[in-house]
Design a protein around this ligand. Structure first.
Ligand code: GSH
Length: 203
């Protein structure tokens, strides 16, 4: 199977980290979405990465569905708990982390428009989601090492990926000082080879 991805996509990173933690071999195909010959729309009508293409040609998206597919594929290092209550807590973390990512990406995209085309109210609205989301995650994590029940899970991977994206695009915000629990979690994530090996390049 093949994963279409880019080095900077936090959603694709989540899938790459899950694959590495679970030791699942995937052919990695780096793409540039703006390239007119980009193959992604052939596999995902939404034209988004990540998209996983199985050997029989079936495609799986988005990142949340891909990680569930991969977690189920091998019993090595389950990242989504079997217990329903725990699973919902893990997936809620993932939804929050991905939601912060969606807002952070939207701000970057809006900022790439010419100044006269930028919508200040839209920027403020998205930044509100980023700051409220980070504050909630910082509080919910508290002094715990991992997000849910003391166990490393998909929740930690999703959180690590949004923090990695902030480190890449929002270093100027000084988020590590404002959210010390998140900074500690990020430092713990950086100890893991799966996370280190998928660092986005400095830009
Ligand atoms: N909810 C999706 C989000 C994927 C996403 O937005 N990926 C970005 C790259 S970071 C993308 O493909 N953007 C292109 C577009 O929106 O057309 C997921 O979790 O996979």
């Amino acid at each position: 199977m093949k994963l279409y991805y880019s080095l900077t996509s936090p959603y694709a990173r989540k899938v790459r980290v899950v694959a590495a933690e679970k030791r699942i071999d995937i052919e990695m195909v780096q793409v540039v979405l703006s390239d007119p010959d980009c193959p992604v729309p052939d596999h995902n009508p939404l034209g988004k990465i990540p998209v996983l293409v199985l050997d029989d040609g079936e495609s799986i998206f988005d990142s949340r569905v891909i990680v569930e597919f991969l977690d189920h594929r091998t019993p090595v290092a389950h990242l989504i708990p079997q217990d329903h209550g725990q699973k919902i807590r893990v997936r809620r973390w993932e939804a929050l982390a991905d939601g912060v990512c969606d807002a952070a990406v939207a701000v970057i995209m809006e900022g790439r428009r010419t100044p006269e085309k930028q919508d200040a109210a839209a920027l403020e609205k998205q930044m509100g989601k980023v700051t409220r989301g980070l504050a909630a995650m910082n509080d919910e994590l508290g002094a715990a090492k991992w997000c849910v029940n003391g166990n490393f899970s998909l929740a930690d991977i999703a959180l690590g990926c949004v923090l990695g994206y902030l480190d890449l695009r929002y270093a100027h915000l000084g988020w590590k000082d404002t959210y010390p629990n998140l900074a500690r979690h990020y430092a713990a994530m950086l100890q893991r080879p799966s996370f280190k090996d998928t660092m986005p390049p400095a830009q």
